[in-house]
Design a protein around this ligand. Structure first.
Ligand code: GLU
Length: 431
């Protein structure tokens, strides 16, 4: 059974785990928490679907002067706790249901770490590697224009996600500002430093993961020093996580990207792998390592596994073969609910996405606060505040897990869904 094919046809779950509809997973995870919290039927209905879904089809002039129509989405799941917040993803397999799941996960993520935002997400169906930089800029500016009725510093604040970066955010910020006639840096986060970005934002997802992994190892008898780590995905989250975990003494035994993976049981020199990736566009072919597939990477003998790529990677078809003791989900939705149950039964500690990768949106919040106040913090201030938020959030979730005898994901959901439900209930129904 293949695990790499993803559902891009917006059909409900087609049965094969690897093709599981991420929105079905998100709703299933939510309902489990709703049962534990005893949420009433009305709140379940409100919280199990997004508040707004925008689908846009828009033309882009290509470099050869031809025109191409692209499809994009922006979804707001819940805004009871504050403006919608969440990244924009460029990927050939983006679908409305994927964006709906990601928007819901953002609501829970912001609630777990206690930042005053709701959840949103955007995406464009495009393989950005096939576009030139000028085509990407035109696509980004037109997509920003198409979703501009939804976004704004007090409405909905995009950020980078898979295949988007600080340059993408600079174009969106500029486009939105041009429409208004003045600079509005707080409309997006993850911007370059020179136009209102925050120190530490680029490393924030990985640094947040490091902080929660440090807490988790304290409860397992493991030590980060000497721990063997495998990282799936070598983008902003995965590559920086590998670097930071290595700095803490971990041995990075395997890494991978979309083209494949590399393995060395004695440890990879992460700095050299980064240089190789810059030169060759992939980690594949790196000397001093064995070639492995993305599927094999998940099953290598290691202590800590960091999925940092896409959804539906750990499924019923491979969960049983996972050897790690701790899984730190840098990606959103890498584990299906069925796989979760297998991992839990095996005693593997899963640090769930809505906690483990919340460092990114936490520093996005810091960036937004700095933009609104036009008063900027040092990298040390940012990292210290991030550490406080992540350590507290880990311990809040851990306590619920202990008190109620739950796995860490369910405990994180109980905390997050409880907070969102309370805000939604207190605000009441208008009119
Ligand atoms: N895309 C990131 C995430 O999934 C960051 C979102 C943000 O900073 O708004 O958490």
């Amino acid at each position: 059974m293949t695990t790499m094919i993803r559902n891009d046809n917006q059909q409900p779950n087609v049965g094969m785990e690897g093709r599981r509809n991420p929105y079905d997973s998100a709703v299933e995870q939510f309902m489990q928490a709703a049962d534990i919290l005893g949420l009433d039927e009305g709140l379940r209905q409100v919280l199990s679907q997004p508040k707004r879904e925008l689908i846009v089809h828009f033309p882009v002039r290509m470099d050869d002067n031809s025109m191409k129509v692209f499809t994009g989405f922006r979804v707001q799941h819940n805004v009871a706790r504050g403006p919608a917040k969440g990244g924009i993803r460029y990927h050939q397999d983006v679908s409305l249901d994927e964006v709906k799941a990601l928007a819901m996960w953002m609501s829970w993520k912001c609630a777990v770490v206690g930042i005053p935002y709701g959840g949103g997400k955007g995406g464009v169906i495009v393989d950005p590697k096939k576009l030139s930089i000028t085509e990407l800029e035109r696509l980004t500016r037109r997509y920003a224009t198409e979703i501009s009725m939804l976004i704004g510093p007090y409405q909905d604040i995009p950020a980078p996600d898979v295949n988007t970066n600080s340059q993408t955010m600079a174009w969106i910020m500029d486009t939105f500002s041009q429409h208004h006639g003045y600079s509005i840096p707080g409309v997006v986060t993850g911007k370059p430093l020179s136009i209102g970005g925050s120190a530490g934002r680029n490393e924030a997802t990985a640094r947040g993961l490091l902080f929660v992994v440090r807490e988790a190892v304290k409860h397992t008898g493991l030590s980060l020093s000497g721990a063997r780590v495998a990282v799936q995905g070598f983008g902003n989250a995965g590559a920086i996580a590998a670097r930071l975990l290595k700095q803490d003494g971990a041995i990075i035994v395997a890494v991978s990207d979309t083209q494949g993976g590399i393995y060395n049981k004695n440890g990879l020199d992460v700095a050299s792998v980064l240089r190789w990736k810059e030169e060759h566009g992939t980690v594949k072919g790196f000397h001093d390592a064995e070639a492995i597939s993305n599927e094999q990477l998940l099953e290598v003998d290691c202590d800590i596994l960091v999925p940092a790529a896409l959804e539906n990677q750990i499924t019923v078809s491979n969960a049983d073969r996972i050897k790690a003791k701790i899984i730190g989900e840098a990606a959103n939705g890498p584990t299906t609910p069925e796989a979760d149950r297998i991992l839990h039964a095996k005693g593997i500690i899963v640090l769930p996405d809505i906690l483990a990768n919340a460092g990114g949106v936490t520093v996005s919040y810091f960036e937004w606060v700095q933009d609104i106040q036009s008063y900027f913090w040092t990298e040390q201030e940012v990292n210290e505040r991030l550490e406080r938020v992540m350590v507290k959030s880990f311990n809040d979730v851990y306590k619920i897990a202990q008190d109620k005898n739950l796995d860490m994901r369910t405990a994180a959901y109980v905390l997050a869904v409880g907070r969102v439900a309370e805000a939604t209930k207190l605000r009441g129904i208008y009119p």
